[in-house]
Design a protein around this ligand. Structure first.
Ligand SMILES: NC(=O)c1ccc[n+]([C@@H]2O[C@H](COP(=O)([O-])OP(=O)(O)OC[C@H]3O[C@@H](n4cnc5c(N)ncnc54)[C@H](OP(=O)(O)O)[C@@H]3O)[C@@H](O)[C@H]2O)c1
Length: 245
């Protein structure tokens, strides 16, 4: 049961849940491979880890580009010789009511949350097959468990992924572990960085102030799935604030 020396790629690792997960896993001895679009944020996280004596490299990654995910996985193999875990965490939530017709936002959520995660799986699977072992962890959302107004398309992308994750788990066999982690309200830049509808953003920001838990809680859940013995697969974890409906 160990995290030490595992090679773990994390998308969306520049801030929020991805950053906390990278810091947590690196502090426990993992070699982390960070992906996101902001080079400045990735470099900050990598420097913090390396400064504390850990191991981290990064590759600027836009998950809507398959080639970027291939490069992220290649970076892991080049720097550390293999890839043990792929954490598909990058996601956006420009949520709104359907009648606001923010169709570009719908497309963006499909591209980043759904296609981006599928591309992450596609990049990692050949390496996992070659190695004879691997672990896919997909970050979903409680928005897909309790469906609420304004979150329709966002929840749809996360539930499409939930379906894909379950099929992958069934196909995986004994050498590939597959885990889904569904966070509730987490204190990150998520609302501010992606909600384009001002009224919705104000509502979500207020709920976040009242409810949100630290992204460290999600990092610990991801670590729990990784640290199990190789023949133990943690299929699904839901981590939400106690106060969340
Ligand atoms: N916060 C919550 O309450 C909450 C609840 C449930 C589920 N989640 C899920 O948790 C995951 C992480 O969210 P968070 O709260 O940590 O959000 P966040 O603070 O906004 O961080 C999102 C991360 O994803 C990256 N990202 C965004 N678009 C990307 C793209 N096209 N390619 C690569 N990276 C991209 C961002 O970096 P760049 O912008 O530099 O690319 C950033 O590093 C998401 O999948 C989200 O759906 C969050």
């Amino acid at each position: 049961m160990t995290i030490k020396d595992k090679i773990i790629a994390i998308t969306g690792a520049g801030r929020g849940i991805g950053r906390s997960t990278a810091l947590h896993l690196a502090a426990r001895g993992a070699c982390v491979v960070l992906g996101a679009r902001s080079e400045v944020e990735l470099a900050d996280v990598a420097n913090e880890i390396v400064g504390a004596g850990g191991k981290a490299v990064f590759s600027v990654t836009d998950v809507t580009k398959r080639s970027d995910l291939n490069m992220l996985v290649a970076r892991a193999c080049e720097a550390f010789g293999r890839l043990d875990v792929m954490v598909n965490n990058a996601g956006i939530g420009p949520i709104s009511r359907f009648d606001a017709l923010r169709i570009d936002d719908w497309d963006a959520m499909i591209d980043v949350n759904l296609r981006g995660t599928l591309y992450g799986i596609a990049a990692a699977l050949p390496v996992f097959a070659r190695q004879g072992q691997g672990h896919v962890i997909n970050v979903l959302s409680t928005a897909g468990l309790k469906i609420v107004p304004t979150m329709g398309v966002y929840a749809a992308t996360k539930n499409a992924l939930r379906t894909a994750t379950e099929a992958l788990r069934q196909e995986a066999g004994r050498n590939l572990r597959v885990t889904e982690v569904s966070p509730g309200f987490v204190d990150t830049t998520f609302a501010d960085s992606s909600i384009t509808d001002e009224t919705v953003r104000a509502t979500i920001s207020k709920q976040k102030e009242q409810l949100a838990i630290s992204p460290d809680a999600i990092a610990r859940a991801i670590a729990f799935a990784i640290e199990q013995p190789g023949d133990v697969e943690v299929g699904s974890i839901v981590v939400r604030p106690t106060a969340q409906d």
